[in-house]
Design a binder for this molecule. Structure first.
Ligand SMILES: [Fe+2]
Length: 297
C-alpha cells in the first residue's frame, strides 16, 4: 500500500505543453520527463449537449464529438474517462432533458475506453433533483477504485441550494471510514468545494463539511468542472482543479460585472475549450495534468 504523502505546497510548471502540479522534493518533474508508469484517465467537463448559441460556439453540437474522436485516437488509450457534470444544457422541458441526456449517453458510448464515469451538473439535475439523470445515467454519487486509487464521486447539484446535504455527508463519512488515511483519493464533483466566487454560484454551500471529512486523508485531489476554465486552488493539503469545457468558455472569476459565455473568436476557434489528461500512480506524490485544447484536435 502506498504511504507516500502527496501533501505540499502547489507549484505550477509548464513543461512541453503539459501543466505539471508538483510538490517540493517530489521528483514529479523528473517522472514527467518520461519515466512515469501507473495509469491515465481523461476528464471531460461541461459538455452541455443541447447548447445552441452560434455567437458563442457555432460548432457546439460537434464539440463533444471532436473530443471523443481525439480520445479514441490516443496512444496509449486512457484506462477510463470521467465527465464532471453539465453533460447537457439546461431545459425547462422534462422530455427535452431526457432527450439531451440520451443523446449525451449515445455520444459518450462511442468512446473506445469502455469504463466511463459520470456525475451530474446543475444543468442536468438542478431542476428535478436528478430524477431524469438517474433514469438515464444512474447514481449521482458513488465510489470506485482503480489500481490502488480511490475515487469518490460527489453530487453537489441535485439540491438546487447547491448543497451536498446531510444524507450524502453521512454516506461520505461512512465510505471514507473504510479507506486508510494515506491511500490516494481523488474526489470528482461539479461545483468547487470552496468559495471560488459565490456571487456567480461558484461554490458549494456545505463544502466546509466535505473538506472536514476529507481532511484526515493525506493524499486528496479534487477534480471539478462548472467554471468552464482551468483553475487550481489549494484548500490546505487538498488540491482542487477545474478543467476546461468542450462547449464554451466563461470569464475568469469576478473579471466582468456579469457572468456570460465568452463569444466565439473567429481568429482563435475553440479558444479556452478542451479536456484534461490525468496521469496517476500510487507511487507518485501527486497526479500530473495535461490540459488539451480542442483547438489542436
Ligand atoms: Fe457548465
Amino acid at each position: 500500500m502506498n504511504t507516500m504523502d502527496r501533501r505540499g505546497f502547489l507549484k505550477v510548471a509548464g513543461v512541453g505543453g503539459a501543466l505539471l502540479l508538483t510538490y517540493p522534493g517530489s521528483g514529479a518533474l523528473a517522472a514527467a520527463a518520461g519515466a512515469g508508469k501507473g495509469f491515465s484517465f481523461v476528464q471531460f467537463a461541461d459538455t452541455h449537449v443541447g447548447y445552441a448559441n452560434p455567437p458563442v460556439n457555432p460548432d457546439a453540437s460537434a464539440s463533444l464529438q471532436k473530443g471523443v474522436d481525439w480520445v479514441n485516437a490516443m496512444t496509449p488509450q486512457p484506462d477510463f474517462v470521467v465527465f464532471t457534470g453539465d453533460l447537457t444544457h439546461t431545459t425547462d422541458d422534462p422530455q427535452e432533458r431526457r432527450r439531451r441526456l440520451t443523446e449525451f449517453k449515445r455520444i459518450a458510448g462511442g468512446l473506445k475506453p469502455k469504463a466511463v464515469y459520470f456525475l451530474p451538473g446543475e444543468h442536468d439535475a438542478g431542476l428535478d433533483w436528478g430524477e431524469a439523470y438517474k433514469e438515464i445515467l444512474g447514481k449521482t454519487h458513488y465510489m470506485f477504485q482503480h489500481k490502488g486509487v480511490h475515487f469518490l464521486v460527489i453530487d453537489n447539484v441535485s439540491d438546487p441550494a447547491a448543497s451536498v446535504g446531510e444524507a450524502q455527508l453521512a454516506w461520505i463519512a461512512a465510505e471514507l471510514a473504510r479507506i486508510p488515511k494515506a491511500d490516494p483519493l481523488v474526489v470528482l464533483t461539479h461545483r468547487p468545494l470552496f468559495d471560488l466566487y459565490p456571487e456567480w454560484d461558484w461554490a458549494t454551500k456545505d463544502a466546509d463539511k466535505v473538506l472536514a471529512l476529507l481532511e484526515p486523508h493525506t493524499n486528496v485531489t479534487v477534480l471539478y468542472g462548472h467554471i468552464h476554465q482551468e483553475h487550481h486552488h489549494q484548500s490546505g493539503h487538498i488540491g482542487q482543479h477545474a478543467g476546461m469545457s468542450t462547449a464554451y468558455l466563461l470569464p475568469a472569476p469576478g473579471s466582468v460585472p456579469k457572468k456570460a459565455p465568452v463569444p466565439w473568436d473567429a481568429a482563435a476557434p475553440y479558444k479556452g475549450m478542451g479536456l484534461r489528461i490525468v496521469q496517476d500512480d500510487v507511487a507518485k506524490p501527486t497526479p500530473e495534468f495535461t490540459e488539451k485544447p480542442l483547438a489542436g484536435m
